[in-house]
Write a protein that binds this ligand. Structure first.
Ligand code: ARG
Length: 338
């Protein structure tokens, strides 16, 4: 399988940066938790249409297999050799991007986090995944005031047809995650935490150990961000997140490294929907990514776009939110003048 892949035509970044000779030189290596290069690239091999094609099985993967991860990371993030990553959560209050609520339907900011002392989801056994889930449930149970909430194991969500379960569960991962091993024993050891007002949600053991998100139906980016920061401040000392001075927060997929943050809005742009070049030009200028209504690899429905930051590594969180804010103001202005 590997041999035919090397001679094949996959346009993934891992194919581009991993020669057969480099593979041979790294093939015998194992990380602290027993992860190998063959496992790391399995998803890219089984899915030649991958854009990246490699996942980390633990924090150590980024060290042990750095000869392949580093060039992939450099190219994807436009990250210079010798670059470093510094967090900066000091964001001033910002006015809502769309105070009249004419365009922006909702704001959602998520970060991915993994615990440094556990294998990442691609390399978790069922018993480890369950132990990890327990540890995370305990930490989530200590959240206070508006952040306090309820944890639901994924196996139970939807059972009993509780109407309040609607929109709570996350789906089993796609074929890329499946081939990486991230779906093993699904849905066991996974679950969703939500604060009572549902403005804080945490996915446990999806693509990363935690996907912590703050969301609401407004365009108040700094309010949403500050809620997320409060949750992180409470959880971080209890869980011990994997962080590297060069690569930032360590994630399963190298696309999420750095801040591991995706901050975005759902925004209805009826006029720009018919002037896509203009929208894409603005997105480029403000380092934004445009996705379909239902997220990654989906279509735009009813002119509702998912617009979020494209930069994650080598930039602080506060700068990411400020750039998004400026970009949204520019996009709304363009929509209004059309
Ligand atoms: N592994 C997939 C690919 O290479 C997805 C990459 C980014 N998406 C993600 N959910 N990590 O195309």
């Amino acid at each position: 399988m590997t041999a035919t892949w090397f001679s094949g035509t996959s346009s993934s970044l891992v194919k581009k940066h991993l020669s057969q000779a480099l593979f041979k030189s790294l093939e015998h290596l194992e990380t602290a938790s027993g992860f190998t290069l063959e496992k790391a690239i399995r998803s890219g091999i089984q899915n030649p249409d991958s854009s990246i094609g490699i996942y980390a099985g633990d924090a150590d993967s980024y060290q042990v297999f750095s000869p392949v991860f580093d060039p992939v990371i450099s190219e994807y993030h436009n990250f210079p050799k010798g670059g470093t990553h510094v967090s900066d959560f000091a964001l001033p209050d910002l006015p809502p991007a769309d105070p009249g609520g004419k365009y922006i339907l909702s704001t959602r900011i998520r970060v991915a986090r993994n615990l440094k002392d556990y294998s990442f989801p691609a390399n978790l056994t069922l018993s480890c995944r369950k132990a990890l889930e327990k540890k995370i449930i305990r930490a989530l149970g200590l959240l206070e005031s508006d952040l306090a909430g309820e944890y639901r194991p994924l196996e139970d969500v939807g059972k009993g047809h509780r109407p309040e379960d609607k929109g709570l569960a996350f789906e089993k991962g796609d074929r890329f995650q499946d081939a990486a091993g991230i779906n093993s024993d699904f849905p066991k050891g996974r679950g969703v935490f939500h604060s009572l007002d549902r403005k804080l949600m945490v996915w446990v053991n999806e693509e990363d150990h935690l996907r912590i998100m703050s969301l609401e139906r407004s365009s108040h980016l700094s309010l949403v961000f500050h809620r997320l920061c409060r949750a992180l401040q409470a959880l971080s000392p209890r869980l011990g997140f994997a962080f590297d001075h060069r690569l930032g927060y360590l994630t399963s997929c190298p696309t999420n490294l750095g801040t591991a943050m995706r901050a975005g809005v759902h925004i209805r742009l009826e006029k720009l929907d018919r002037k896509k070049e203009l929208l894409h030009g603005l997105a480029k200028e403000y380092h934004l990514q445009i996705r379909g209504t239902r997220g990654e690899k989906t279509e735009v429905e009813d002119a509702v776009f998912d617009i979020s930051n494209a930069q994650r590594l080598g930039i602080g969180e506060a700068a990411v939110i400020q750039t998004l804010h400026q970009g949204l103001l520019a996009i709304i202005k363009a929509e209004e003048t059309l």
